[in-house]
Design a protein around this ligand. Structure first.
Ligand code: CA
Length: 242
């Protein structure tokens, strides 16, 4: 089945080039030129991946990102930014984006990223495992995470990262391994994305665990190496004997 890609880009030249190029790779592409139209489109019809320009004429791109994420929790959002400043990228990721490409976008890189994101989403859906760790269950086929039976809403990449770590609990996973497995097999450069997603997972898991008195694993930071998902003896746990 063709992947449904929504492109939100006000520049006609860039929009035409990207649309034609994505279509030539057998993707189903819808192109909108304003933030408002992009949000309306994503709300009305299913989409697998959004390519979102941050510099739009009507709405702030970061706000558009936030609204797209609300409308489509499971889809992949890749922001396109002419602003290579790290702050813009971090703000975009915090607003719900999974990845970013800096303009001018190289088509080879665009296709590689799009392919990797879509394949990973499909691959994760096709896997056949659920990982229980304490009261936290990562159900990979259903792409659902529950804590003591309550569903924990996660963004696409947060889920992928948690599922990757849950597949090997108690094992030290390097930053490079996580970047390669969850984002891009040829990743090099900044791993800021990883820290943003780990922070979001810690916050979300912590909040639901606190409100339901559940026992959940902690994402332990291993300085100079990476992370380990581990059920600590006293991590957010219910009182002993319960
Ligand atoms: Ca623009």
């Amino acid at each position: 089945m063709a992947s449904r890609i929504l492109l939100v880009e006000d520049d006609s030249t860039i929009g035409e080039v990207l649309t034609a190029s994505l279509r030539s790779h057998a993707h189903e592409v819808t192109w909108e030129q304003t933030g408002e139209a992009g949000i309306t489109r994503a709300t009305a019809s299913a989409v697998d991946l959004v390519l979102l320009d941050l510099g739009l004429p009507d709405l702030d791109g970061v706000e558009v990102c936030r609204q797209l994420r609300r409308a489509r929790p499971g889809c992949v959002i890749v922001i396109l930014t002419a602003r290579a400043a790290e702050m813009d990228v971090v703000v975009g990721l915090e607003a719900g984006a999974d990845d970013y490409l800096v303009k001018p976008v190289r088509l080879g890189e665009l296709h590689a990223r799009v392919r990797a994101h879509l394949r990973r989403n499909e691959g994760a859906a096709a896997a056949l495992s659920a990982y229980p760790i304490g009261d936290l269950v990562v159900d990979v086929p259903c792409r659902r995470v529950t804590v003591a039976g309550r569903e924990l809403p996660l963004r696409a990449k947060e889920f992928d990262l948690l599922a990757r770590m849950a597949a090997q609990p108690d094992v030290a996973l390097s930053r490079e391994t996580l970047m390669c497995d969850v984002w891009d097999e040829h990743w090099f450069g900044s791993t800021k994305t990883l820290d943003v997603h780990v922070a979001a997972l810690r916050r979300k898991i912590g909040e639901i665990a606190a409100s339901s008195h559940a026992r959940v694993p902690a994402i332990v930071t291993l300085r100079g190496h990476g992370f380990r998902l581990e059920l600590l003896p006293d991590s957010n746990s219910a009182p002993p004997g319960r």
